[in-house]
Design a binder for this molecule. Structure first.
Ligand code: PYC
Length: 317
């Protein structure tokens, strides 16, 4: 009896320590005439690709995946649909920087400005000659200011809810002042905050804890909990955008001023914003970071393998 194998190519990269695995050559049959209808098709008919590349045993809960697809509107380079161990992301800042570096590695783009369709909107990316990537993210804003949340084990925290391509609850946390605070403690705190926040606003899917920076020149250090229960190793592009929206709304950061956001592993993004609508306090954030390609792999799925398409049934927090 012949054995059937499915194969496709993925390029691995990391951005400030946070991995992105981009599927670069698969042939999904998508018929939708917008990124949203195509996304519905991916979610309902091709979810096994997500599980296969980011879930165990081939992937891990830390990994973010990206479907690199032909653009709906040919003036863009590609459509990109980001996903993780439990579902899909409207946008992903570190992931977009990884996708741009991946396209450079493949020789598919040159230095300069390129645009991409994402579920959250069109994102502009500049591949710079200094090796860094600048992305201009989707419109970002603060929705709720000064929300107090009671956690089960850590007391009450007051913070903001803001959008930066994904939804965040952002708060200062004293424990972030400890350079070596155990990651499990930060995860436990952030998970309790996410549960409390979702009881009020179920659309929030990330939590961002803040403290003072340790990296030279950085303005602040964060710890970002992602929906699948793992933390972002980078300073999180959409989380940094949400932070900028809060700073702008509070008058704490001027248009075009540079904000250096340090992540929990010490890697940094350089960020700034332009007002999109000053009255509505909506901003257009810019994030600069760099990614490195660290794998060029052919995924093999053996039809006999019960976990070839990844472990099913992992749940979001
Ligand atoms: O960089 O935007 C980001 C991100 C979202 C989830 C993980 N990274």
């Amino acid at each position: 009896m012949g054995i059937a194998f499915h194969t496709f190519r993925v390029i691995d990269s990391h951005t400030g320590g946070e991995p992105t695995r981009t599927i670069v050559d698969h042939a999904l049959e998508l018929h939708g005439d917008s990124i949203h209808t195509r996304f519905d098709e991916i979610r309902t008919r091709y979810d096994h690709y997500r599980r296969a590349i980011v879930n165990e045993p081939r992937g891990s809960e830390v990994m973010v995946g990206a479907h690199l697809l032909p653009p709906v509107d040919p003036s863009h380079v590609a459509s990109v649909v980001f996903f993780n161990n439990v579902g899909y992301l409207g946008m992903c800042g570190h992931g977009m920087i990884g996708v741009v570096e991946t396209l450079r590695y493949l020789g598919r783009i040159d230095f300069g400005i390129h645009t991409f369709e994402t579920i959250a909107g069109v994102v502009e990316a500049e591949l710079r000659s200094d090796g860094r990537v600048r992305i201009t993210n989707v419109s970002s804003f603060r929705e709720v200011q000064g929300l107090s949340l009671q956690t089960r084990s850590f007391g009450t925290f007051t913070g903001d809810i803001a959008y930066g391509g994904n939804w965040f609850f952002l708060t200062q946390a004293d424990v972030m002042q400890q350079k070596d605070a155990p990651k499990q403690l930060l995860l436990d705190l952030a998970c309790e905050l996410l549960v409390a926040c979702r009881a009020v606003l179920p659309k929030v899917d990330h939590v961002e804890l803040f403290g003072s920076a340790f990296a030279p020149n950085a303005n602040s250090r964060n710890f970002v909990l992602c929906p699948g229960g793992m933390y972002d190793r980078s300073p999180c592009g959409t989380g940094t955008s949400a932070k900028l929206a809060c700073l702008a709304a509070d008058g704490e950061l001027d248009e075009n001023a540079i904000w250096i956001q340090e992540g929990i592993t010490g890697s940094c993004f350089e960020a700034s914003y332009l007002w999109e609508d000053r009255g509505q306090k909506r901003i257009q954030p810019t994030i600069i970071g760099n990614a490195y390609v660290n794998g060029d792999l052919r995924v093999v799925i053996d039809d006999r393998d019960p976990f070839g398409w990844g472990f099913p049934g992992m749940n979001s927090l």
